[in-house]
Design a protein around this ligand. Structure first.
Ligand code: NAD
Length: 480
């Protein structure tokens, strides 16, 4: 389906009703390589008629799909996972090309995790009991219907797998609208689906902008659930637009996560891990720990540790194996992040490393930003409050543990975070008081079985684990 001509990938087709079809609109969207600033692809900017066709096709397919044996649905999920594995090199190349994530890292985060998610849901669907009893009552878990899945660009296949896996597994049918900024790997995902003979209409792919395609999806009365991952601003708009049709809406939104280093913590381990979390995917990660909160009296020690940790983050071409930090996804993002750095310094933050100037070893065409650490950041300043979505770590200090907690909770967001202490009980008690959906204690690992979701302006609802699949279902209670 993807035609490669002189580094130009052209895919103007949509996948609707089990077929690749032309969009009714002739409009297209350009896709750029963030490492060079050059146009690399053209995709269709779908029309309202395309969206309605996709929703209709998902609606038609819903009844038979929802009645299929869950074991069969699980087999399809495994086949998609196998397909991703068999096309791994191509997928990793495409993601490094349009997202700009260094290839080595992309292989683990952008390919390995989506495969694991799909296999996880295949296992879960096989063992999940879609029926339970309470006295004489039989309670049936039923899929909601047509799921509109709207995804961002930063981890394209991760977010797609975290929606399409549980949606199809539960018995819903799907209309997927990926981000128009980094859509290339999604075409491979749809090609894999096409190759495994999934019943027509169970999965549909439509490309286009949020305003033109996304809004038709979220306002459609024939969509039963919108599962959205993206910015808080767009999440709020989707919430409003969906309200008149009373459809279910789950929102995975932005973050400004805190890593709180308590006085008795292993500073070296804590600071190094926070730096790694903050700079992952050039800081374009929703759960990035972007606020490092440390004891005032040990500011110099912790700041030095952070600066030396960041020196390992070589900025460069995603296809160069020595690169640990690729470009930002777009020129707009690059300008925004550089201006946030300047404003932070203007507001009194200390520039410890990096800054808003462009990296000198690169030719200036890519959307690179230097890994930047700002010290003595005021907790109420713009840089401490706004989601930056770039490689910028803010260091904030506290005098008492209560103050550390207040600073951690002084945020409109509540997505992730970390607590560090050699006293595990103390760390756990502290973690319980942080207003966030997920928190890592002394480097506790991210797992796929546990629910992931935000509090406050970070969203509503959950992905991953059993909770992630239950979002796509409701219950029918049969009495007597
Ligand atoms: P975005 O909100 O700009 O776009 C996300 C998706 O929504 C895209 O597909 C876009 O086309 C679509 N969209 C835009 N406007 C729309 C509208 N009016 N109606 C319907 N759809 C619309 O976000 P982005 O820039 O792609 O991604 C970055 C953001 O995503 C960051 O804020 C990040 O924190 C967040 N994010 C959150 C999570 C999470 O799990 N909480 C994960 C990854 C990214």
């Amino acid at each position: 389906m993807i035609i490669q001509t002189d580094m130009s990938l052209i895919n103007k087709k949509l996948y609707i009703g089990g077929r690749w079809i032309d969009s009714e609109s002739k409009a297209t969207i350009d896709v750029f390589n963030p490492a060079t600033g050059k146009k690399i692809a053209e995709i269709a900017n779908g029309s309202k008629a395309d969206v309605l066709k996709a929703v209709h096709s998902a609606r038609q397919a819903f009844g038979p799909w929802s009645e299929k044996d869950p074991v069969l649905r699980a087999q399809f999920l495994r086949k998609i996972a196998d397909g991703l594995q068999s096309r791994s090199e191509e997928i990793v190349d495409l993601i490094s090309l349009d997202v700009g994530m260094p290839r080595k890292m992309a292989k683990i985060m952008q390919l390995g995790l989506p495969i694991n998610i799909l296999n996880y849901y295949a296992d879960l669907v096989e063992k999940y009991s879609f029926e339970e009893s309470h006295g004489d009552a039989r309670v049936l878990s039923k899929p909601l219907g047509v799921a509109a899945c709207i995804t961002p660009w930063n981890y394209p296949l991760f977010q797609i797998a975290a929606k399409v896996g549980p949606a199809l597994g539960s018995g819903c049918t799907v209309v997927l609208k990926p981000s128009e900024v980094a859509p290339l790997a999604t075409f491979v995902f749809a090609e894999i689906i096409d190759s495994i003979n999934l019943p027509a209409g169970v999965f549909n792919l439509i490309t286009g902008t949020g305003e033109e395609v996304g809004e038709v999806l979220v306002t459609s009365a024939d969509v039963d659930i919108v599962s959205f991952t993206g910015s808080t601003q767009v999440g709020k708009r989707i919430n409003q637009l969906s309200a008149p049709t009373l459809k279910k809406v789950t929102l995975e939104l932005g973050g400004k996560s805190a890593s709180v280093v308590l006085k008795d913590a292993d500073y070296e381990k804590a600071v190094k891990a926070t730096v790694s979390s903050c700079f992952l995917n050039s800081g374009q990660t929703c759960l990035a720990q972007t606020r490092l909160i440390i004891p005032e009296e040990d500011y110099e020690i912790c700041a030095n540790l952070a600066v030396s940790a960041v020196k390992n983050f070589t900025v460069g071409d995603p296809f160069d194996d020595s690169s640990k930090l690729g470009p930002l996804v777009s020129k707009i993002q690059q300008s925004r992040v550089r201006s946030l750095i300047d404003s932070a310094i203007h507001e009194g933050a200390e520039l410890l490393i990096g800054g808003s100037h462009l990296p000198i070893n690169l030719d200036g065409a890519g959307y690179y930003v230097l890994p930047t650490i700002l010290g003595r950041v005021n907790p109420n300043s713009e840089i401490a409050q706004q989601e930056v979505f770039g490689p910028v770590l803010s260091i904030l200090t506290y005098k008492t543990e209560q103050e550390a907690l207040d600073i951690a909770n002084n945020s409109q967001y509540g997505l992730s975070g970390a607590v560090w202490s050699r006293d595990i009980k103390k760390a756990q008690k502290f973690a319980e008081k942080i207003e966030t959906g997920q928190i890592h204690i002394n480097g506790g690992k991210f797992i796929l079985d546990a629910p992931f979701g935000g509090w406050k302006n970070s969203g509503r609802g959950h992905e991953l684990g059993l909770h992630g699949m239950q979002e796509y279902m409701s219950y029918r209670t049969l009495l007597g």
